[in-house]
Design a binder for this molecule. Structure first.
Ligand code: PXL
Length: 275
């Protein structure tokens, strides 16, 4: 098995089962060396906890990147998630240049859900994030994020024409492969659309009617791990969807702030075995 080195840039929410506390274990389970660059340290995530603390680490990024450059450290993939400021988005673009030849740039524009931006963000942040998406090989927005990135009115009920419009507008930003999550055409289904070299692909699966936090991060991490193990974008999108559904299914509703993915890492490892 090819041993890959992945850099993931996102926050540490000390409590909350999202961002780095999810990405690090999932990427490690995929078999890749996982390097991290924390964008900020928060006491908890911002979706439901009140009075959280946040230390923005933007100022530390240039020196960290300069040290890596001096040491000749490069990466097979750079995967970004929740970023704390517009300036940080611009610094991440510079980090992309630390990539090895053929380095995959994977952007999860983690900034919105359910028709709304997360509390820390505004439309200007979304516009800057759109420029990062434009430089990505793979971008993984949910429908809300896709709407903010492309100035499209948000709709809860999806049609094939509306999804095609979102995919086309995301491509127009410059991203090579669009991985659009949360796409289902019936009340009881959801799924993922992949549009890249292999054309348009839709994997539709059952929807568990529950509001789950952190699942976008579980999804993007599982996708990145599978992609770096050599699966195609379509296969990686399906593996990530199956794993995320399993995580939601195995989380009691009382566990409101995240999903209990840890006991299921063994299932993810199994999903990554060649068939
Ligand atoms: O799961 C996305 C995420 C990551 N990091 C922080 C968040 C959220 C979602 O709310 O608040 C800090």
């Amino acid at each position: 098995m090819d041993y890959k080195r992945i850099l993931t840039v996102q926050d540490i929410s000390c409590v909350g089962q999202c961002s780095l506390t999810v990405a690090l274990p999932i990427l490690s389970a995929s078999g890749a060396e996982t390097c991290i660059l924390p964008s900020a340290v928060l006491s908890t995530h911002t979706a439901g906890f009140k009075g959280f603390t946040c230390r923005d680490l933007t100022e530390d990024i240039p020196a960290i990147a300069a040290h890596w450059k001096k040491e000749g450290i490069d990466f097979d993939a750079v995967y970004t998630g929740y970023l704390a400021s517009e300036q940080q988005i611009l610094l991440v673009k510079e980090l992309f240049s630390l990539g090895a030849k053929g380095c995959k740039r994977i952007v999860d524009p983690a900034m919105a859900d359910g028709g709304k931006l997360y509390p820390a963000f505004d439309e200007k942040f979304a516009a800057t994030m759109a420029t990062l998406v434009g430089e990505a090989d793979y971008a993984l927005p949910n429908v809300t994020e896709a709407c903010f990135l492309t100035h499209t009115p948000y709709r809860e009920t999806l049609t094939k024409d509306y999804v095609k419009e979102l995919v086309d507008k995301l491509h127009a930003l410059g991203v090579h492969t669009v991985v659009l999550t949360g796409i289902g055409y019936r009340e009881d289904t959801t799924g993922v659309v992949v549009d890249g070299d292999a054309g348009f692909y839709h994997y539709e699966h059952r929807r568990i009617p529950r509001n789950s936090h952190g699942t976008g991060d579980v999804y993007a991490s599982a996708f990145t791990g599978a992609l770096m193990r050599g699966f195609s974008a379509e296969e990686a999108a399906k593996i990530a969807a199956d794993f995320t559904v399993l995580c939601i299914e195995n989380t009691p509703a009382s566990h409101w702030y995240g999903v209990e993915f840890e006991p299921l890492l063994k299932d993810y490892i199994q999903m990554l075995q060649p068939s």
